[in-house]
Design a binder for this molecule. Structure first.
Ligand SMILES: *Cc1c(COP(=O)(O)O)cnc(C)c1O
Length: 449
């Protein structure tokens, strides 16, 4: 307890946490984590918690995993870091090869960075310059999705569509065009009408402006940060067709959905989508180190490939781009994907989870349960019949998550949507226990008043 109090005091004095209202955080006796073991986190007082959001959608094989630790130690005995600007290193080359092998066919070149947001910034800059190099500099505008999320840097927020994040920085952002992503639960009509309405708006936008548009950026199959909004089957296929028809680039942001989260290695595989640019991050290193990447087609790569004097060099890079420790642990992580047959494991466990999740509809304030693979969102509503939402000031999601924490499960809300993205390795038994806690927390908080 003394240790905890001392650290908390220093947190208050020195540390500003991300996405956190510090005043409330400090009042609520925050967790201070010291260790991790499998799918659990252990705080400085020795209390264990299920890591029900995979430490922000990152963790795959649990914490403190022997094979990943060893890969790091081995790399450390060689070198921790040297630059990728104008030279290369062993694990970065091998990881690039590996990524090209496992991603959709069209993307063939890998550009590394350190976070999902950076991977998106790079995608945007590449798309912008691609058209310039191809002699179509009038193509300058990005098309993106309402309620989309692509990270917190200024370019990524510009193509983002979550109003709470977007409006705060309004004047800082560049102009983009926005089209709707299907959200059938909140659409006044059938699912089919919802898709058709969204596609009609996309088609209209392209008819009007395709000659000014660089490309469309989209979260494939599931919009994550806006509330785990799962797109109906067939939507992405139609989006791809329209991008091809109107000659704009298709950029898919697989930062959240990639590496098995949705039950396929990449969400694009659900509908055999072939993007021009694909961004990855999050689970790439198994949740160990910050490595992200932007993959592009050969066609885009070759638009930049020229003699020095043509000035087509892609001027972008970061201090730690291609970091050896990060790339080495990513390679070990991808090896474990094969050894552990993790995709099959997720398909198994997520089917079972789907069965268990049906029980949640018995709760009087569960409006909709959305799931693709192990990406799960539970939308809480004040009134089931009318789908009347909770008010922001009721902070219903946060209250449910606070109760879950007391019961031993760490999860995070997105407003009134409770998100559940457990580590991919979680067993049925562990998932069952996590869901028990989640059920109890929702029941107590929403029905207990
Ligand atoms: C998390 C996320 C990002 C941002 O990644 P960071 O590593 O947090 O910068 C981008 N796109 C999507 C779809 C994400 O879920």
């Amino acid at each position: 307890m003394e240790k905890y109090e001392a650290l908390l005091q220093k947190n208050q004095q020195y540390l500003w946490n991300p996405f956190t209202q510090m005043k409330e955080y400090l009042r609520e006796k925050p967790l201070i984590i010291e260790r991790g073991k499998g799918v659990k986190l252990i705080d400085v007082q020795g209390k264990e918690y299920y890591d029900g959001n995979s430490s922000l959608w990152l963790n795959v094989f649990g914490h403190n995993r022997k094979e990943l630790n060893n890969a790091l130690l081995e790399q450390l005995s060689q070198i921790a870091h040297s630059t990728l600007l104008g030279m290369a290193n062993v694990p970065a080359i091998l990881l690039a090869e590996r990524l090209v092998q496992i991603t959709p066919h069209r993307v063939q070149k890998v550009f590394f960075s350190d976070s999902g947001a950076e991977a998106v910034e790079i995608a945007l800059k590449m798309a912008f310059l691609y058209w310039k190099h191809r002699g179509k500099p009038e193509k300058q505008v990005f098309l993106s999705m309402i309620n989309g999320y692509h990270g917190d840097t200024v370019g990524a927020v510009s193509v983002g569509g979550i109003s709470a994040f977007h409006h705060a920085f309004d004047r800082l952002l560049f102009q983009t065009e926005k089209v709707p992503y299907p959200y059938p639960y909140r659409f006044p009509g059938t699912e089919q009408q919802c898709i058709e309405t969204c596609l009609a708006e996309l088609r209209k936008k392209l008819e009007e402006k395709a000659d000014q548009i660089t490309g469309l950026i989209v979260e494939p199959m599931v919009q994550g940060a806006s509330g785990i909004i799962t797109a109906p089957k067939g939507f992405l296929t139609e989006v791809e067709k329209l991008c091809r028809k109107y000659d704009i680039l298709l950029m898919v942001d697989e930062v959240a959905t990639g590496f098995g989260r949705t039950g396929k290695m990449f969400a694009c595989e659900h509908e055999a989508i072939e993007p021009d640019i694909l961004t990855v991050g999050k689970k790439l290193t198994g949740g160990y180190l910050p490595v992200a990447a932007t993959l592009t087609s050969d066609e885009i790569y070759h638009a930049f490939y020229a003699d020095y004097r043509e000035q087509k060099t892609f001027y972008h890079g970061h201090s730690y781009t291609g970091n050896q420790l990060g790339c080495a642990v990513a390679l070990a992580n991808l090896n474990l994907y094969e050894q552990e047959n993790i995709i099959e494991h997720i398909q198994n466990t997520s089917e079972q989870v789907a069965q268990w999740l049906k029980e949640f509809y018995q709760l009087s304030h569960v409006g909709e349960v959305r799931q693709l693979g192990l990406m799960i969102g539970i939308e809480l509503v004040k009134e089931k019949e009318s789908k009347k939402p909770y008010l922001l000031q009721e902070i219903i999601g946060q209250r449910v998550c606070n109760r879950a924490k007391e019961l031993g499960l760490i999860i995070r809300p997105l407003d009134s949507v409770i998100t559940f993205l457990p580590p991919l390795i979680a067993t049925k038994k562990e998932l069952r226990e996590m869901l028990y806690i989640l059920y109890q927390a929702i029941q107590e908080v929403t029905e207990g008043e």
